[in-house]
Design a protein around this ligand. Structure first.
Ligand code: FPP
Length: 252
């Protein structure tokens, strides 16, 4: 089966999952974090090359302070306890987003896990933390404007590759599958630039219930999709026949 090379997941529905069971939202986040561990290990087992989890958005700071504090505590504790398993599973940990606003204790743990897993050669696991798609595009535009101002590039040089290279996710290929749980079909400011050709899979399952079988369903559906990147079916077949799997962006 053709597996996606980069899977990105918008993990949604922890609060509703908990409420439906008469628990508070914090319990939903605890179960959500457990599920994240299971899905990370399942993706590594299946040899997915890149997995990105939308873990905390720039908008999530608007939640009640107790919930934000709890999410930060949970993140720090889970990263601390899971780093050894990441090493065991040869998973390399990365982060994208504005990490400067994270509490120091969380930032220290994030940096520690990045450092401890930097020589791993298996799956790239990326947490989007304090991440906003518009914010990173603004940073990229500012940086390009500075390059123009300093005479390093000319405005006519600006193309897709230059913009992509300015994004913190430039070390990853664009996601080919974006999964969102809990039935909402929005990007919510996630991977706005990178999602250009991604397949979007929405499931009504709340994140704490999104198990290996649910992941397999998403992968099976992905495998059936003919990805044309703006071409005709005949061109796709010819490309496959010629052994060229890269998206011919110039044809779009
Ligand atoms: C969405 O549920 C989830 C988040 C706030 C982000 C994801 C956080 C986790 C899965 C827990 C911590 C994760 C790790 C990897 C340590 P929601 O609160 O928006 O749910 P709702 O829409 O039902 O209220």
């Amino acid at each position: 089966m053709q597996l996606p090379k980069h899977v990105a997941i918008i993990m949604d529905g922890n609060g509703r999952w908990a409420k439906a069971r008469g628990h508070n939202r914090f319990f939903g986040h605890i179960r959500g974090a457990k599920r994240a561990k299971q899905i990370i290990e399942e993706c590594a087992r299946l040899n997915v090359q890149n997995l990105t989890l939308f873990t905390f958005s720039t908008e999530n700071w608007k939640r009640p302070a107790e919930e934000v504090n709890f999410l930060m505590l949970l993140l720090r504790k889970r990263l601390k306890s899971e780093t050894k398993n990441l090493i065991k599973n040869n998973i390399r940990f990365h982060c994208i987003g504005d990490l400067s606003q994270l509490p120091t204790s969380v930032l220290d743990q994030v940096n520690n896990t990045i450092e401890q897993t930097k020589n791993n050669t298996g799956m790239n696991l990326t947490f989007a933390l304090n991440y906003g798609g518009r914010q990173e595009i603004i940073s990229a535009v500012k940086s390009l404007a500075e390059d123009v101002d300093a005479g390093r590039i000319e405005p006519k040089d600006i193309d897709e590759a230059l913009i992509s290279n300015k994004l913190p996710s430039s070390f990853l290929q664009d996601p080919d599958l974006i999964i969102r749980t809990s039935g909402e079909s929005r990007l919510s400011n996630f991977f706005l630039w990178q999602a250009a050709y991604a397949e979007f899979y929405v499931t009504p399952i709340y994140w704490p219930d999104f198990d290996a079988e649910a992941l397999q369903d998403a992968f099976s559906k992905f495998a059936l999709i003919e990805r044309r990147f703006g071409m005709t079916s005949e061109q796709v077949l010819k490309n496959l026949f010629d052994g060229n799997n890269s998206p011919p962006i110039d044809l779009v």
